[in-house]
Design a protein around this ligand. Structure first.
Ligand code: WQD
Length: 334
């Protein structure tokens, strides 16, 4: 089976590409390096000792997609390519809608034209907005609080309408909670350009002294220690969830939605403690104001993925912290 991975040099894309190769799939990657680097491709090859086809380009580029689908018989697509910074999406909504929506439309139309109707889509728990209760199951109400989240919700609806129009499609919508960590080799991981938006890469840079301190965004939430609670999931567990979703789609047509989380909530202060304990590194921090748009708590009920995909997150918080730190240290050595 040959799988096209869009955004395959990115954080989750590179880890999923490595899992695909190790599971025996053949791989084609397209990436424009807007939020990734060629080093990830080298890391995938070193980890797996396997080669694959790579196209540097944009998923909105019809001619490049035609080139790929004419050169390869693509059995399925995992679609990661998209912008994903919540704050940036508020500042630049048109950039987000154009990139995230148009790339999906061009991709799906091209897939249909070449008879490929199996797609795993990288969605996000952000489509649940501010949940009224926890844990979250897949039938919870959906809403968006920013253009990034709206683009994810729109794409889920587009894929839903596509399935209604042609029920031979095989579609998996994977709603990620908070991906963190890195491959244990230290060869691929999260390497955001500039100042990180997300907690774990910020903790790592603060521990390394690259940033003066972590700003804890509020300690007055209605949570056990006042800081925000999230469902952090190791990126390798998340990647394996994609392999399981592909196996599900190989069984037959349909549209399937799954939460990929651990089912456990961790607060910001608990994450700081876990990081210090598992890495031996101090995390300088101060408590500041809430970040606009943040919610108090969010964590998954991952039972449906466990029942229907035979998938369950295995790696714990210590592994997430240890692997994130090791990747950061190893990146400095390369
Ligand atoms: C986690 C917790 C913050 C940074 C977003 C997107 C989601 C997904 C993951 C793309 C919160 C606190 C954070 C910091 C802090 N992205 N925090 N100081 O906001 O849950 O989710 O990223 O797929 O779709 O919505 O993740 O890592 O930004 O924040 O105190 O410098 O850490 O308040 O409680 P978030 P996050």
């Amino acid at each position: 089976m040959k799988i096209l991975v869009t955004g395959g040099a990115g954080y989750i894309g590179s880890h999923t590409s490595a899992e695909l190769l190790q599971a025996g799939y053949d791989l084609v990657v397209i990436d424009n390096f807007s939020n990734s680097a060629p080093s990830a491709l080298r890391g995938i090859k070193t980890i797996t000792n396997r080669d694959f086809s790579f196209y540097q380009g944009d998923v909105t580029d019809q001619s490049m997609l035609d080139e790929i689908f004419q050169a390869h018989h693509i059995d399925g697509v995992i679609h990661f390519a998209g912008f994903k910074a919540v704050g940036e999406s508020v500042q630049e909504p048109l950039k987000y809608y154009h990139n995230n929506i148009l790339s999906t439309l061009v991709l799906c139309k091209t897939m249909a034209r070449y008879g490929c109707k199996s797609i795993v889509f990288s969605s996000s728990a952000t489509v649940y907005g501010n949940p009224s209760r926890l844990p979250i199951t897949e039938d919870f109400p959906l809403s968006a609080t920013n253009p990034y989240g709206s683009s994810k919700l729109m794409i889920e609806n587009i894929l839903g309408d596509l399935f209604i129009s042609d029920q031979t499609w095989r579609i998996a919508l994977l709603r990620y909670f908070n991906p963190v960590g890195a491959h244990k080799s230290g060869l691929i991981g999260e390497n955001p350009k500039g100042i990180p938006n997300n907690l774990m890469p910020y903790i790592v840079k603060a521990a390394k002294g690259e940033l003066p301190q972590l700003n804890v965004f509020g300690d007055d939430y209605e949570t056990r220690d006042g800081t925000g609670i999230r469902d952090y999931i190791h990126v390798v567990d998340l990647s394996i969830g994609h392999i399981k979703a592909l196996e599900k789609l190989a069984l037959g047509s349909g549209i399937f939605t799954y939460n990929l989380g651990t089912g456990k909530g961790t607060s910001v202060l608990e994450m700081i403690t876990a990081f210090e304990k598992s890495t031996g590194q101090k995390v300088p921090y101060r408590v500041g104001k809430r970040r606009p748009g943040d919610i108090a708590a969010c964590y998954a009920d991952p039972g449906k993925a466990e029942r229907e995909l035979g998938w369950k997150a295995e790696l714990d918080l210590e592994a997430m912290c240890r692997d994130a730190w090791y990747f950061s240290v190893k990146s400095d050595q390369i």
